[in-house]
Write a protein that binds this ligand. Sequence first.
Ligand code: ADP
Ligand code: MG
Length: 570
Amino acid sequence: MEQQTTFKDLGLSAKMLEAIEKKGYQHPSPIQAGVIPLLLNGDKDIIGQAQTGTGKTASFGIPILERLDPSAKHVQAIILAPTRELAIQVAEEIQSFSANTAKIQLLYGGQNIRDEIMGLKRGPQIVVGTPGRVKDHLMKRKTLKLDNITYFVLDEADEMLNIGFKEEIEEILEHTPEQKKVLLFSATMPKSIQDIVHKYIGDHDTVSIKREEKTNKNITQVCYKVNERDKFEALCRVIEVEFDFYGIIFCKTKADVDEVSVKLMNRGYKVEGIHGDIEQRSREKTLTRFKNKTITILVATDVAARGIDVNNLTHVVNYSLPDNAETYTHRIGRTGRAGNKGEAISFVSRRDSRMLIFIERLIKQKIDVSKLPDPSHVIEFKKKRLIKNTKEMIDSEEGKYYLEFAKELLETGTPEQVVSALLKEGYNTEFDEEHYADVKEDSRTVASGPNGQRRLFVAKGRNDNMSPWTLIQFLERETGEKMWDVGRIEVLREFSFINVTPDDAEVLLAIFKQKNPRKPLVVEAKQKTNGWGGGRSGWGFRWGNRRGGWERRDSRGVSNRSGRRIGRSK
Ligand code: ADP
Ligand code: MG
C-alpha cells in the first residue's frame, strides 16, 4: 500500500513543522504535497488546481513563509484574492503558520484606507488584498511598492475573473518586476484563465488534483429487493444469466458463507468459501484456486477477503449489505479495476434497506433497483449454455467418449425421445419453469401507498403547538435533513400523520430510533387507521404479490440496465 506523505517528507524547517503540528494538520493534502516541494526547491512558476476546501492556501502560504526574509522590511509576496472574506481567510491562515515572524498586511475595499497606509509603512513582508484596492494603493496613491517581490499569487483565480477583475489583475502585474514567481491557484480552469497564463506565466509546473471519485465509473451498481429467505434463489438466478461470472460474494456471517458456498456447490458451481474460522493454509489454497480460476466464485466475509488482490473480477455481490457504508465502497472497489467493466450487485432485504440509504448518501448516487431475471429467462440461458457446451464437446475428441454406448441407446427410441430422457436423467427439472422457487421481490422495503410515499406517525399534535408547517420544521430541525416532497399531513390533537418519500421515511425512522430506542417519537403508521385512505383498507403492503403491479413499487422506477434483458419473456 502507498505510504502517505508527511509534512516532514516535504523538507520543511523544524519551526514550521512545529507550527503545523500546533495547528493540528496531520498530513499534507494532495495539493500541498504537490506544490510545497516545488516551491521550496524549484524555481518555476506554478499553476495549482484542486477543488475548494483542499488546502490550497497553505500549499503556497507555507513555502512563502519558509523562503521569505523576515528581517527585510519590504513586500516580498503579494496575494490577490477575489473578495474581502477570502482575503481575510488567506491572511489568517498564513499568519497562523508564521509564529509572528512575518508581517502581513490586508488591503481590501471598505476598510479604513488610512489604517492600511499606516500598516504598509510598517514594512510588511506579505500583502494580501483584493485587486481593486491593491491597484488603488499601487497606482493611485503609490502607497504600495511591488518592485522587490519574489512571489505573485493569484488565489481563487477563476473567481477573480468571474467577478471581473481581469483588468485590475493585469495592471497590477504590469507593475511588478520581471524576476518573480507567479503562482496561480484555482478550483477550476476556465478558458479565460488561459489568457492570463499565456501572458504572464512563464516556464511553469502544473499541479492538478482531480476531484476524488467516490465510485468508479466502470462499475455498474444495481440492487434487487428480496426477502431474506429468497436471497439464495435470487443469487442463483443472477449468476445463471452471466456467461462469465468471476466474482466475490460477500456475506455478513461465517455461517452465511458456509451455507451459501455449500448450496452453490450443490448446484454445480465452481465455488469455495473463506472466513476467519478456516485455517490459514486452507484459505491460501482457496485463494490460489480463485486466482487461477479453478474456482470462479469466492464466498467471503469482509475480514477474510481483506488483502485479496485480484484485478479482473467481473462481479462483486453483496449477499447482505455491510454494517457500514464505507465497507460497501471497499467491497465494490474490487471490481471495475484497470479500466475493466465491473458490476456490483446487492441483495437488499428489509433488514438492509436502511443501510442502502446511507450507502446512497455516501456515494452520492442512487443505486438502480433491478428486476430479477425470471425463470423463463434463466432457463433460456441454461439451454443456450448446454447447446454451446454440447457443440464444443462434439468438436473435440471428448464428444466421442460414449459413441458406442450412444448407438446402443439410440436403438431404444427416436433420437428426440432418447435425448429427452437423458436430459431428464441428467438435469431432472432444471429446464422446467414450474419447478423454480418463487422469489418474492419485496415491495415492503420500498414505497407503497399514495404516490409511493410512506406514512409515518409522529407523537406530536395540536396540543404540542403543531401545525402542518411547524411539524415539517420540527422534523427538519430534529434530523438536520431537508424533507422533500412531503405529502399529506394530518395534525390531530395528540399526534400527527405525515406522508414522506421512502428515503426520508428511512432517515426519520432511523434518527428518531437513535434518539429514543424504546419509544421513538416517529414510527411507521399502522395500517387501517380510522379516517385514512378514503375507505381503502390499509394500503400498506398491498403490492407484495409477485405479478401484480410491482413495477410501481419504487418512486425511482425500475430500471433496466443496458445489456441485460429483464423482461419475463421474450
Ligand atoms: P481551498 O483554498 O483549497 O479552498 P483552504 O486553503 O481554504 O482550501 O483550506 C480549507 C480548510 O482546510 C481550512 O480550514 C484549512 O485550515 C484546512 N486545511 C488545510 N490544509 C489542511 C491539512 N493538511 N490538514 C487539515 N486541514 C487542513
Ligand atoms: Mg482558497
